[in-house]
Ligand binder design. Structure first.
Ligand code: B12
Length: 590
């Protein structure tokens, strides 16, 4: 039986900020700094992108979203013009740009200077925001590291002042943690002010939420992901008067459920959707194979928009996704590919038939409504005010995806299953990771497997950022070897990890890192361990790269060798760690 929630556990604070005051601050700012004009708004004669989206959908057009965000503002400005220009020359329209700010942009300006940087765009003052959106008549979508971070309010003001009418990412609010930043009350207050600021603008500003950046990547049931749309509509639209708009796609790697989810979203969405993100988890190291994945999801997404438009633009992710952020020419290629594919596919759409998908979409919606009702009833019972947006946001963030699904998922209770429930419609991402872990175990030599089992090791497993699949994979494999798992946390800090690993008596640290911060993190971790007077084997895997200081390409380079030089073991693959564990177990038995 899962323990119920209680207010005191979720909110140990004596007092939370007054939400009415926060809303008033947001509204006052809207009077002071209104929505700016951009070439996009001028060229198309619209007040906001939501109006443009409705018009394009009514005209039967499939819209296209390209994603950019290079470390240097100047390179991002160049990309803004060049990708649009290449599409124009090909006779196609590029509708919107998603801007990938760096995660260091999530800190308030006063804290930004010495914080760890990832691989994205680092802006200077407001003039950088304006210069970017003025590079071509393409709708600016500030999708990441704006709303939902400690810098949420100030970044939203810059984005809106530069003429952007689509700002995110509420999904990140629920799951992302900025390194060295623990004040989630502050982050929540900034999100409320930012949303109130958008709601008070004379034009409709979309509050973008990427479900995959939020909980969808970790829910095992698509009904819960749909329920997340309904719950966020309750908070943003009903309680704060804003306009939430959802995106999904990264982890929707099966065509059947991808289309079913689009159909389900069509039934419940109120504002136009931002974009259907490319299915990035379909991509692997082979570029030719990635083109097949690209064509597969684009065809489906374009068909979805043509036949039941939700206003989402389709998004072609460069096929080099698995290696690093893409360069400008790769963004151009993949968008020309997308536009051409749409023009070739169009005559075929009338031949397709949805009759098998429709009942699945219905089930997702019904389960989603049940999930929302369960969450609201459970929160009420716990003493959380479901009419207070501050309490709703913070409670959801603190409870987290796993417990929300365990407690309130609409699927039948099934002990022994992941999250203790049988999903209404299975989301396959986590199960795929677990299957891959079981494969590693099966391929291990039986004698080595037995040796590790007998050694009864303890592993502290952690991530440096939000990417959690590597951690789940490693945990699956280690559990299969009877290694005790000690949770070192997700998006953790090196000093905390060093402390936790020692406190729990770990024999090794297994670390997964994807955001271009691995070298700095491991270096600090090693130094912290030294300070505390101990040392442990550290295994590290994921995306081990970094944008070099002063780089003129803004592209990350591999830093595996530098990480090895700190004494950590770099694991391009889990089997590297397994070989070492077998070795360690032999040494300890000798
Ligand atoms: C899934 C995914 C996401 C999901 C994560 C869901 C979740 N909760 O886990 C979501 C959508 C949330 C996401 C968000 C972001 N992502 Co992302 N994401 C990916 C993606 C597609 C897959 C990564 C993954 O989980 N793979 C599954 C694992 C199990 O497989 P694997 O990586 O092959 O792992 C092997 C080894 O590395 C090893 N391994 C991994 N870890 C460990 C640990 C140990 C101890 C050992 C032994 C082995 C090991 O084991 C595996 C097999 O042997 C990659 C691109 C790609 N195709 O790799 C981008 C990618 C990692 N993301 C990227 C970025 C930029 C982001 C964002 C910053 C984007 C944004 N602007 O919001 C945010 C992160 C924000 C933050 N605060 O951290 C970049 C990183 C850029 C870089 N370093 O060059 C990538 C490479 C995409 C790209 N090309 O731009 N992402």
């Amino acid at each position: 039986m899962i323990a119920k929630l209680g207010r005191k556990v979720i909110f140990p604070e004596v007092k939370l900020p007054d939400v009415a005051e926060l809303v008033a601050l947001g509204r006052a700012k809207a009077k002071e700094i209104p929505l700016g004009r951009s070439p996009f708004l001028e060229t198309h004669g619209v007040a906001c992108e939501a109006d443009y989206k409705r018009r394009r959908s009514a005209d039967g057009k499939v819209m296209i979203h390209a994603q950019i965000g290079f470390r240097e503002p100047a390179k991002s400005q160049r990309a803004w013009h060049e990708v649009w220009d290449a599409m124009e020359k090909g006779g196609y329209r590029l509708d919107r740009y998603g801007i990938c700010l760096d995660w260091s942009m999530g800190y308030p300006t006063s804290h930004r200077k010495n914080m760890p940087q990832g691989t994205g765009l680092v802006m200077g003052g407001i003039e950088d925001w304006i210069a970017l959106t003025h590079g071509a008549p393409v709708a600016p979508h500030y999708g990441d590291f704006v709303i939902g971070t400690p810098a949420g309010f100030e970044n939203t003001v810059c984005a809106v002042a530069s003429g952007a009418t689509s700002i995110g990412n509420l999904g990140q609010y629920f799951t992302f943690r900025q390194p060295h930043w623990d004040d989630d009350v502050f982050t929540t207050a900034e999100a409320i002010k930012a949303i109130a600021y958008t709601a008070a603008q004379p034009a409709e500003i979309l509050v973008h939420s990427n479900l995959d950046d939020g909980f969808a990547a970790l829910f095992t049931d698509l009904a819960c992901s749909l329920g997340a749309i309904l719950i966020e509509q309750h908070i943003v639209d009903n309680l704060l008067g804003g306009h939430v708009s959802h995106c999904f796609g990264n982890t929707f790697s099966r065509p059947y459920t991808r289309l079913a989810f689009q159909r389900a979203a069509h039934k419940v969405m109120t504002a136009p959707g931002t974009m259907v993100y490319g299915a990035t988890t379909m991509y692997g190291p082979n570029i030719a194979e990635n083109y097949a994945a690209l064509a597969n999801y684009l065809r489906l997404d374009a068909y979805g928009q043509k036949t039941r438009p939700t206003g989402h633009a389709i998004n072609a992710v460069p096929v080099t996704e698995a290696y690093r952020i893409p360069d400008i020419d790769e963004v151009i290629d993949v968008n020309l590919f997308a536009a051409k594919l749409v023009s070739l596919e169009e005559p075929l759409w009338s031949l397709y038939d949805d009759s098998e998908i429709e009942p699945v979409a219905e089930k997702i919606v019904e389960g989603g409504r049940q999930f929302k009702a369960n969450v609201l009833a459970g929160f009420e019972e716990a003493g959380i005010d479901t009419g207070n947006p501050f309490e709703m946001f913070l409670a959801i963030r603190r409870v987290g995806s796993k417990r929300l699904e365990e407690l309130y998922g609409p699927g039948r209770e099934t002990p022994g299953r992941l999250r203790g429930r049988t999903p209404i419609v299975r989301s396959t991402s986590i199960e795929q990771v677990e299957e891959s872990g079981e494969g590693f175990l099966a391929r291990m030599a039986p004698a080595a497997r037995e040796r590790v089992r007998k050694a009864k090791l303890k592993a502290c497993v952690a991530t440096t950022d939000v990417h959690e699949y590597g951690k789940i994979l490693v945990e699956t494999v280690l559990k299969g070897l009877d290694v005790e798992i000690l949770d070192g946390g997700t998006s953790t800090d090196p000093n905390d990890l060093a402390r936790v690993a020692r406190a729990v008596g770990a024999d090794l640290i297994a670390l997964s890192s994807y955001n271009g911060v691995a070298l700095g993190f491991v270096t600090e971790l090693k130094a912290e361990m030294k300070k505390l007077g101990y040392d442990l084997p550290v295994f590290v895997g994921g995306k081990l790269n970094r944008v070099p200081d002063g780089s003129n390409t803004s592209l990350p380079v591999d830093v595996s060798k530098e990480i090895e030089a700190t004494g950590a073991t770099v694991c391009p693959d889990v089997s590297v760690m397994l070989d070492r564990l077998a070795q360690m177990s032999r040494d300890s038995a000798a």
